[in-house]
Design a protein around this ligand. Sequence first.
Ligand SMILES: Cc1cc2nc3c(=O)[nH]c(=O)nc-3n(C[C@H](O)[C@H](O)[C@H](O)COP(=O)(O)OP(=O)(O)OC[C@H]3O[C@@H](n4cnc5c(N)ncnc54)[C@H](O)[C@@H]3O)c2cc1C
Length: 593
Amino acid sequence: MLMLRRIHLQPGLMARHVSSKPGKRSFSLRAVCGAGLVGCGAGYLLSRMDGQLRERQLPGAGFRVCCEEMITPKQQALPNELRGIVGKQHVVENVTEICHVAILPQGAKTGITGGSVPRPCDRPMVVISTQRLQKILPIGDEAKQVLCFAGAGIFSVQETLKPLNRDSHSVLGSIFLNPSVAAGVAFGSGGTQIHKGPAFTNRALYCRVDANGQLKLVNTLGLNAHEDVVAFLDNAQALSSKDMDAKCTRAASWPKYPQHLTKLDGQVSRYNADLTGEDCNRSEGKVFILATIHDTFPMPQESKMVWVSCKDFATANHIKQKVALASPNCLPKQFEYMGREQFDCVDQGGRGIIKLIEMVGMSNLGTLWNFKLKFESLPLPFVNIIADKLLWYLNSAIPESLPKPLMEQGRKFDHHLIMEMTEFGNGELKQLDERLQRQLALNPGDISCYVCQDAFEKSRVMLFRFAVQPSIQTITVGKGRQGLIIDYAMPKNFDRILEMPKDCDIEMRCLCSHFGCNVFHESLMLSNDVDVKEVKKRIKQVIDEAGGKLPAEHGHGTEYEAPCSTQERWKRIDPTNSMNPGVGHSSSLKGYL
Ligand SMILES: Cc1cc2nc3c(=O)[nH]c(=O)nc-3n(C[C@H](O)[C@H](O)[C@H](O)COP(=O)(O)OP(=O)(O)OC[C@H]3O[C@@H](n4cnc5c(N)ncnc54)[C@H](O)[C@@H]3O)c2cc1C
């Protein structure tokens, strides 16, 4: 049932065997020595340059595919042992009984804080990939809920539900990489859909290791009782309402999120250290999620996407309050913010990725992305920058990604809002549009509004938004600088742009936001002289002081220290520290000793 992925750990150097054919040409000893010296010199220079480059912090640091430590003999023997086990029933029980290992649940590896990346540990660490647990079972004829196996991708869920006229629970900026449903729950991933709330459910099937080191299955799915729920789900081809326990009232999405969101008080809308809900939520790999049930949402009957540009942030914020968040019953589907530098960043570094998605399609991009990650982890000089350097140099040769009038508008204004207004049968679209028109009429010279003409233009706008993260990586590498991505939530009533700490040598500050939720993503290009970790610490302090929370939706992973309350919760649900040890800067030792 579960696929175990072998971890290949490579030492830093690769020995190369060179064969020479005798006879045809002969070299004098001096020529050979000379060539050898030149070769050594060039090799030394290259390795120094490569070393310096690897010391630089790139924004996508969390995309690492593995740790750099040498594999131990015990670890080396483990995959073979496990291979003999995979495929048998109750695989997970066997795994923990046999090896006393640390277990690292891994989804689609799109996390940007290193949460599913193997790391040094006092025990062998087994990565359990969920990528073969792909089943998606809409529940009942109306599919108002859906049961997803852990590795099912959010794009696949969306595609499965479309013919049933239902909308899926989660759309992230990484949807083109098909991140897994379970990881979404394990992080409390957020994304663009403001009326749905973050990935959250109290209906799940998951494993945890108890204080005696025994594996326990926790079932809060709310299905009718089955002797062996794992076997039942493995064999199920469909789920009807008869399979569901009608008395189960557990939430399968964040309760009353629209009401919570539109109350513009000093609380943040959502964040990773939130302790709400069943233990699987925001567990960051401290339990192993096998399957979850999620509410689905009605498909809009009609939708209208607008790109509103304004001269100042206050106007953007005014539109948020007076249009987008004016009523919980009438929220836009998406309400995203993009600052001018972010716009330029996508234009200057994102055309390649947008073109690529257009050419290969969303569903195939994941394969290419994983290929890029594998390539970048090869122990060869410069491999970690080649792809982005190429994208950087090719960028200007690729046509602009947005329709011409939108590109012109983008360059003319400093603050941009992307709003998708949708109709669900109660006049929501009309209400939102009327509110928007009123605001536009108030400041005609300071605001410009572009209405997407067709599905193609809408998809262009969304791709432009999705290219935010990859483009900062391309630009940072292209310009040979360091980079940092941070993700934080500000209180719902916080209506300014956060002031960055002084003297951080920030050369470019790209700001975008899931604006309805006041969750911000900053992509910073930094000079090569600064200590990126120090900058991150100082920014975190500024965010904390302003009442914000960092991280908001990308998880603590191995990048951020989780607060005490979160670490205490993780200790309670995983008392032996068998699962994802070291996450959120917690102890990586067995039993947390
Ligand atoms: C271009 C780009 C855009 C992004 N945009 C967004 C965005 O808009 N919003 C957002 O929230 N995130 C975003 N992300 C981050 C990322 O896509 C999400 O965090 C996503 O949910 C991770 O899913 P994954 O399957 O790749 O998980 P992985 O990266 O493989 O793992 C993430 C964490 O989940 C845990 N985990 C995985 N599977 C399980 C399981 N079965 N049981 C328990 N724990 C498990 C892992 O141990 C790890 O701690 C973006 C990333 C990229 C690269």
